[in-house]
Design a protein around this ligand. Structure first.
Ligand code: SAM
Length: 203
């Protein structure tokens, strides 16, 4: 994959995604997690401190070795047992109906075949299970979308394949989920093209 992608990018991602400004979002998105959880794009473990009491176990799916290294201290002191259980959200190494809930934070922008990943998440969730997500993506305003489409190729190149203009709620619905909670807003303090967020729960 190359030095930048393998060695530099996971540290950059940890700094940007791990910013304290994201803590309230992580608290909100993790709030309803329960039971056995699959976390897609575990990254450097930025959600570890936010798993609620009702979570019994987390199976993290993350390709980047450095992400797991950065996460090691958080994983070691976590109340919830966490294991590196997979490498690729597009092909999950789990049986059907394995998990009570699934978590994705700032990851559906990056997975190359996001439709395949969502189909996989749906497959491994038990009936009645839910996907909890907070993701950036296509802005509600046309003036912002214009900039998203302009900046998208650069973003993909420097941010490990991260797409700026994916319509995440639509992709989730296309995968057969019913979205039961959805809040769309711009995260304050960031340029709107990068800060059009969708936070919700889908079953
Ligand atoms: C922007 S980071 C977000 C990390 C973490 N979820 C967070 O909120 O801090 C996107 C993550 O998706 C991971 N990723 C990329 N392709 C993936 C794939 N095919 N399956 C699972 N995760 C993937 C990246 O390695 C990276 O850790």
């Amino acid at each position: 994959m190359g030095f930048y992608t393998d060695r530099v990018l996971p540290h950059l991602t940890d700094k940007v995604c791990g910013a304290r400004a994201n803590d309230p979002l992580r608290r909100r998105v993790c709030a309803g997690l329960r039971g056995d959880v699959v976390e897609i794009g575990f990254g450097s473990g930025n959600n570890v401190g936010f798993y609620p009491e009702a979570v019994h176990r987390v199976s993290g799916v993350e390709p980047a070795d450095i992400g797991w290294k950065i996460a090691a201290n958080k994983v070691a002191v976590s109340r919830v047992p966490i294991e590196r259980a997979g490498l690729d959200g597009q092909a999950l190494p789990f049986s059907d109906d394995s998990f009570d809930t699934a978590l994705s934070t700032f990851t559906l922008c990056t997975i190359p075949d996001v439709a395949a990943a969502l189909t996989e998440i749906r497959r491994v969730l038990k009936p009645g299970g839910s996907l909890h997500f907070v993701e950036h993506g296509l802005a509600p305003d046309e003036s912002v979308r214009v900039w998203q489409h302009r900046l998208d190729p650069i973003q993909q190149r420097i941010a490990g394949g991260c797409h700026l203009a994916r319509d995440i709620p639509a992709l989730i619905a296309d995968a057969g989920f019913d979205t039961v909670e959805l809040d769309r807003f711009y995260q304050p303090g960031a340029p709107k093209a990068f800060a059009a967020l969708s936070l919700g729960v889908a079953r």
